[in-house]
Write a protein that binds this ligand. Structure first.
Ligand SMILES: NC(=O)C1=CN([C@@H]2O[C@H](COP(=O)(O)OP(=O)(O)OC[C@H]3O[C@@H](n4cnc5c(N)ncnc54)[C@H](OP(=O)(O)O)[C@@H]3O)[C@@H](O)[C@H]2O)C=CC1
Ligand SMILES: O=C([O-])C1=[NH+]CCC1
Length: 335
């Protein structure tokens, strides 16, 4: 393993992105999310993703200098046209108007369109919980996941993330793929030459497989929780696809045309302002919500994101460790 300080991790990612042609704004926005992923112990959306960024650029599937256009679509809807660039910069561009609309209306939506998307959603969720807002976000990806009861890919790995601000504590945040596991995790198993657990995927005949090559290249991933994950994955296809005028996971994969680039589609982010919902009662009701968290932690169960926040604390002190093979692959992108 190679140990890097967070500053070194940042410099490594940003220099690769700049060297390969991304403009300064995209390089900075993408670097912030992949370094945050590595810092928080989310390797599937950490530094390893820089390789995919460069591959997507070489394949002509992402714009290196796209300028996101912010559109005031309706009193409660802000739309950002990412113009074929990565989603990170588009999110940053739309964030101020989303917050302003959520504060004045109580609820607001940000629809990001035409973005190339590969990041973990909690990075965005936390920026809204920090502003005191409740938030829900989701997006499709590429059609890699079979519906419950079937064996042919229809859905993307379609993450759903939720955040709830808490006074004096880390926010309550969960963020998961509606597949049994993120595809990035299966790709990391492949890189490490390891089998995957049963239940993550099937082969082309729909039979269970623990071979990451089979699941990634010819089979299908599975949803989490059977028919329940399957229904949630379908919901994400609909509300972060056609509802916002953007591609489904099947359409994104067709657009990819075998280049194996990051997915190209939209993202939907809903922000709710407790102050606007509750007025003078906000503080008392938010205090009541704390009983839910106490009920979970009080019996020894953990809150989602707890592991991540602990990893963050550790990484801020000790830096991060990445496999030597990944480090070498990243350095090779500077040649
Ligand atoms: N951009 C895209 O299109 C996609 C992005 N992704 C990203 O991939 C990432 C990983 O997704 P996935 O593989 O499903 O994640 P995991 O299954 O690893 O974890 C998902 C969530 O569950 C929490 N959790 C895990 N174990 C427990 C536990 N025992 N008790 C309580 N909470 C727990 C995690 O918290 P903790 O982190 O603290 O462990 C996290 O919030 C996400 O950040 C997601 O946004 C996934 C698919 C597509
Ligand atoms: O890990 C995953 O499933 C994905 N991350 C970005 C696109 C899909």
């Amino acid at each position: 393993m190679i140990r890097l300080t967070l500053t070194q991790a940042h410099e490594l990612a940003e220099s690769i992105l700049l060297h390969n042609g991304f403009n300064a704004a995209h390089a900075a926005a993408v670097t912030a999310t992949v370094v945050a992923g590595e810092r928080d112990g989310c390797a599937s959306h950490g530094l390893y993703r820089v390789i995919g960024c460069v591959n997507s650029l070489k394949a002509g599937k992402v714009s290196a200098a796209a300028e996101p256009q912010v559109i005031d679509q309706a009193p409660s809807i802000v739309r950002v046209d990412a113009a074929g660039g990565f989603s990170q910069l588009a999110f940053q561009a739309g964030l101020p108007m989303l917050q302003a609309k959520a504060r004045s209306n109580g609820i607001a939506a940000l629809a990001i369109n035409h973005c190339v998307h590969f990041s973990a959603l909690w990075v965005e969720i936390e920026q809204l919980t920090e502003a005191g807002l409740v938030v829900l976000a989701c997006n499709p990806s590429h059609a890699w996941v079979a519906p419950a009861g079937g064996s042919q890919p229809v859905f993307g790995t379609n993450p759903i993330a939720f955040g709830w601000p808490r006074a004096g504590a880390n926010p309550f945040v969960f963020d998961f793929a509606t597949s049994a596991i993120a595809r990035g995790d299966i790709e990391l198993h492949r890189r490490a030459g390891k089998a995957i657990p049963e239940g993550w995927g099937v082969d082309a005949q729909g039979q269970p497989s623990t071979d990451p090559n089979v699941v990634l290249d010819s089979g299908a991933m599975l949803t989490f929780g059977g028919h329940k994950g399957s229904a949630l994955a379908a919901m994400v296809e609909l509300i972060a696809g056609p509802l916002i005028g953007d591609l489904t996971s099947a359409e994104s994969l067709a657009y990819d045309a075998g280049s194996k680039s990051s997915p190209y589609h939209g993202e939907l982010i809903l922000a709710l302002d407790p102050q606007r919902f509750l007025g003078a009662g906000a503080e008392a009701h938010l205090a009541r919500a704390e009983a839910v968290f106490a009920g979970i932690e009080g019996q020894g169960a953990r809150l989602p994101s707890q592991r991540r926040f602990e990893a963050r604390k550790r990484s801020l002190e000790e830096g991060v460790q990445i496999p030597e093979a990944l480090y070498n692959d990243l350095k090779a992108l500077l040649n």
